[in-house]
Design a protein around this ligand. Structure first.
Ligand code: ADP
Ligand code: ZN
Length: 734
């Protein structure tokens, strides 16, 4: 990798490291080898051709089918002072000529064009006069009939290629199927092309499937976990979109609909409002999302069952492009299956077979008890080695043992009965938990004997339980009104005390939205910086993320940079952005810090990437480790740092997980602190070997609760400093 590329990464884009495969891809392009890049959304495809474009002497032509995306890319590049322009049919005559002149004079290094513009004689004549060093084809799957978005005009690209024999050709797509990949290579006449296939695993997406019981309430409950965050809700039909958007709006959410049936202007406007953070939520059909580059989408909710895994994967892929944790939830109702089956039945026979196959695959995904991530990665032909991804609903509850849930079952069933078998789970749970909601009071359900008897379980736990009662056939759902009905089996439980076993959801707590966003940042300063960003963005008429990503702001709000040099260390701050926005942001930060008496807190360079990786070492963690290395006891460190023991252990964990070691004396000291008898310690180490270190619960259970979590955390620290397997790097939490 030439140093130039790395330098551009830092100085122009403000990033410290390449994402997986980027360096290799850039190298290959610079050597002028044709290159096929297959990366999931958010994988960082654009940088792969943008950096070579800035290095090549001549022009890089980027062919992109999506006009909105083109504009977005050019705006983002402009914010970085990277010279790029676009040509398409939306430009005024004047703007068009201006852009042509910039290309002709060699000022622009990147030219984005729509295919139809590329084929015009005007554009061809322009390009014929220039040195074209690279032809980039974005969304290259459009060339394949097997892709989900075939565009016949893409087939003509091979002719364009021939006119520029000296230009290297780069094709990029997020479509994972091998057939499409082969098609791309063949159609573009790639011979010994470099073929770069990135993993389709998006580690920062938490994925879950929840039975659809009371979808409106479930959606609202979900949305409440994301105040002021951006997200997308996908629905099956246009009508559904309109209804849900209206319901949510009347519940006070900042939301707009999007579907192909809306007038063009309204649709575009709603999309723009979303991208610019003027509204929080977009409720949409699958028509929404192509060409959306918004990096800070924090959640994607599938209100209805998607038709196939490819589509589903693309849709959830729009969450968390910035690499921070994002939540994807699918509401899975059996009613949806019949809707899709009906649509399939209207198709030609051959299409029916394919569509059924695709539907079955998504059903297997939705119904699996095993890791969801593994399920769809396998579908895409990838092998996923980890036994537990730690970021899907099943992996978080896999190790939970079946317990006796007869008592909660009796409570729930009897409450269903006493309320007349007319209500959904939400209402039943409200009654069980003694809610004073108007609805409960209106129906006089506060006077029932089951009112308030279920306070021991959280609402979430009750939902999870009710899901199991449905699955076990103790309850049925009224097909017409959706209320819960008792089945014959329920009588056995209620009357004869038949045992029910199942799982009680560990309270996974809040949807843990902010967990990966590093607890250590100053939320108030973040809000200040967000406001500043919004103001600047509106002034420049661009989306806020063109100025800075959320991640950049979060880092600022955690490190409090007070000088140009410090600001340059922040993720996403390169020279151009420093020149443009540095002063403004620095003055906001300084003003805030001055008022609050906060000092700059920049990490040492080696640990600068604290936000990116939730487990990364922070200045505090290094401080804790240094104190320990000086021979201080945990108690002393607690006192010096003014934190509790678990926090110290967490700090030390981060330190060790980031490849640092602790000395033998320290280990001895830690072992002594753990107070556990040696045989139990040995058992714990043995359990770590067998069960991994990612989660403590399995080890805790394995030791039949002879060691507490806090003690296990200390032992894990010792264990990890000796054995540091790759896959235990990520998760120091429980
Ligand atoms: P894709 O086109 O593959 O969906 P993008 O090119 O839009 O992905 O990149 C996704 C996000 O990742 C963008 O916000 C981009 O700025 C960011 N990004 C790209 N490369 C890096 C890198 N090396 N380090 C940090 N962030 C990066
Ligand atoms: Zn999993």
């Amino acid at each position: 990798m030439p140093d130039t590329a790395r330098k551009i990464l830092k100085e122009v884009f403000g990033y410290n490291e390449f994402k997986p495969l980027q360096a290799e891809i850039i190298q290959n392009i610079l050597e002028k080898n044709d290159t096929l890049v297959i990366m999931p959304t958010g994988g960082g495809k654009s940088l792969c051709y943008q950096i070579p474009a800035l290095i090549f002497d001549g022009l890089t032509v980027v062919i992109s089918p999506l006009i909105s995306l083109m504009k977005d890319q050019v705006e983002q590049l402009a914010a970085l002072n990277a010279p790029a322009v676009f040509l398409n049919s939306t430009l005024s005559q004047e703007a068009y000529s201006r852009n042509v002149n910039r290309v002709r004079s060699g000022q622009a290094k990147l030219l984005y064009v729509a295919p139809e513009t590329l084929f015009t004689t005007r554009t061809q004549a322009l390009l014929a006069m220039l040195q074209v060093d690279c032809l980039t084809i974005d969304e290259a799957h459009c060339i394949s009939e097997w892709g989900h978005d075939f565009r016949p005009e893409y087939r003509k690209l091979v002719d364009v290629r021939k006119k520029f024999p000296n230009a290297v050709c780069v094709a990029l797509t997020a479509t994972a199927t091998p057939q499409v990949q082969e098609d791309i290579k063949q159609n573009l006449g790639f011979k010994d092309a470099g073929h770069f296939l990135a993993s389709f695993n998006r580690e920062n997406l938490f994925i879950r499937v929840v039975p659809k019981i009371n979808p409106v309430d479930q959606a609202i409950e979900f949305l409440r976990e994301f105040p002021e965050k951006s997200g997308i809700i996908y629905c099956f039909s246009r009508r559904q979109v309109e209804n849900l958007a209206e319901t949510l709006a009347s519940s006070g959410f900042s939301v707009r609909p999007y579907h192909a049936g809306l007038p063009d202007i309204e649709r575009k406007q709603n999309q723009e409002l979303f991208i610019r953070d003027n509204i929080q939520i977009i409720v949409a059909t699958v028509a929404f999302g192509m060409g959306i580059n918004k990096p800070n989408v924090r959640f994607v909710l599938h209100y209805d069952l998607p038709k196939n895994i490819e589509g589903y994967y693309q849709e959830i892929g729009r969450a968390g492009r910035d690499g921070l944790r994002a939540e994807c939830m699918l509401l899975f109702g059996y009613g949806d299956i019949s809707k899709i089956r009906f649509i399939i039945s209207q198709k030609e026979e051959q299409e029916q077979r394919l569509a059924t196959k695709l539907l079955n695959a998504i059903l297997r995904y939705a119904e699996t008890d095993a890791c969801r991530r593994k399920n769809f990665l396998t579908y895409f032909g990838e092998t996923y080695e980890k036994a537990n991804c730690g970021m899907c609903d099943n992996c978080l509850s896999l190790n939970r043992q079946q317990t006796d849930i007869t008592v909660p079952a009796q409570m729930f069933l009897s409450c269903v009965k006493r309320t007349g078998e007319r209500f959904g789970a939400n209402h039943i749970i409200d009654v069980l938990r003694g809610s004073k909601s108007q609805r409960v009071l209106n129906f006089r359900h506060s006077q029932l004997s089951t009112y308030g008897i279920g306070k021991d379980y959280t609402k979430k736990q009750w939902f999870h339980l009710s899901r199991q009662f449905l699955q076990k056939g103790l309850l049925k759902q009224d097909p017409e009104f959706g209320g819960l009905l008792l089945s014959d089996k329920a009588a056995g439980v209620l009357r004869d005390g038949e045992k029910v076993s199942g799982k009680i959801e560990e309270d996974l707590g809040k949807i843990q939205v902010s967990k990966a966003e590093l607890k250590d940042y100053d939320v108030e300063l973040f809000q200040v910086l967000k406001k500043k960003r919004k103001h600047l963005a509106d002034q420049a008429d661009v989306p806020p993320y063109v100025i800075f990503s959320d991640r950049s702001l979060i880092e600022m709000a955690s490190c409090f940079p007070q000088s140009n040099a410090s600001l340059l260390q922040i993720h996403g701050v390169g020279q151009a952005k420093l020149d443009k926005y540095g002063k403004g942001f620095l003055s906001s930060i300084s003003g805030y810090c001055h008022r609050k008496g906060i000092k700059e807190n920049m990490p040492k360079p080696a640990v600068a990437r604290s936000v990116q990786n939730p487990a990364a070492a922070t200045p505090r963690s290094t401080q804790a480790a240094e104190l320990l290395n000086q021979g201080r006891s945990l108690q002393e460190i607690m006192k010096i740092m003014n934190v509790q023991e678990p926090t110290v252990i967490d700090y030390l964990g981060r330190y060790v997980l980031n490849g640092n070691t602790i000395s033998a004396e320290m280990k001895q000291m830690l072992l002594k602190q753990s107070k556990l008898p040696e045989n139990i310690q040995r058992k714990a180490f043995d359990a770590f070997v067998r069960l991994g270190t990612e989660r403590l619960k399995p080890v805790f259970l394995d030791l039949t609760e002879t060691a507490s979590y806090d003690e296990l955390k200390i032992l894990r620290l010792v264990f990890l400093s000796e054995n540091r397997p790759e896959e235990t790097k990520k998760n120091p939490g429980t």
